[in-house]
Ligand binder design. Structure first.
Ligand code: NAD
Length: 159
């Protein structure tokens, strides 16, 4: 069997746990090896649920980012204004990123994330997840001859 992709999670709230559940469905391909949150109970629960070893548990994204590279990919699921501060050092440590949206609240920071990702030859996947729902796909297909559909209101995309 080919080598598993290893992943680390920064921010163990709603989004972090959703993506971890998705990773758990692919556990023959993906292994969660590290996690960080400023709330100790979230780290404990996450580590227990997904089998993260004690040495992979951190009290913040900043602490996790001080360690040598722990995984192939880092999921950055902290809050909007924190993304840039976590994304840049993660890219500099050569992590590929799954980065929650918005990548940043400042367009200049988005450009800098893209620049540093290119410099380190890393992938950054921004979580515009509703673009890939069946409803959005269906709207895109039916409206493409008329106009370009880039997004739908989330109320519609979840319909
Ligand atoms: N893709 C989508 O459809 C979608 C939907 C909702 C939210 N979001 C975005 O996802 C991000 C997370 O949202 P959420 O709903 O999971 O929020 P949340 O509050 O549930 O989770 C954020 C977590 O980050 C932790 N955190 C804060 N500072 C930290 C630090 N320094 N180091 C490590 N962890 C830290 C918090 O304790 C919390 O557990 C936000 O940017 C939000 O805008 C995206």
């Amino acid at each position: 069997m080919s080598k598993k992709i290893t992943v680390a999670f920064a921010g163990l709230g709603s989004r972090g746990n959703s993506y971890a559940e998705a990773c758990a469905l692919l556990k023959d391909k993906i292994e969660i090896v590290a996690c960080a949150d400023i709330i100790e109970g979230k780290v404990t629960r996450f580590a227990e649920k997904y089998g993260v070893p004690a040495e992979g548990c951190y009290s913040s994204a900043e602490e996790m980012l001080k360690a040598d590279r722990l995984a192939d990919v880092m999921f950055i699921c902290t809050m909007d204004k924190q993304h840039y501060g976590h994304a840049i050092p993660a890219l500099e440590k050569n992590y590929h990123l799954v980065l929650e949206k918005p990548a940043s609240t400042d367009p200049r920071e988005c450009m800098e994330i893209a620049r540093v990702a290119n410099e380190h030859n890393r992938h950054v996947v921004v979580c515009h997840v509703l673009r890939y729902t069946p409803t959005t796909e269906s709207l895109r297909r039916s409206w493409t001859p008329v106009c370009s559909v880039r997004s739908t209101p989330s109320r519609l995309a979840r319909a």
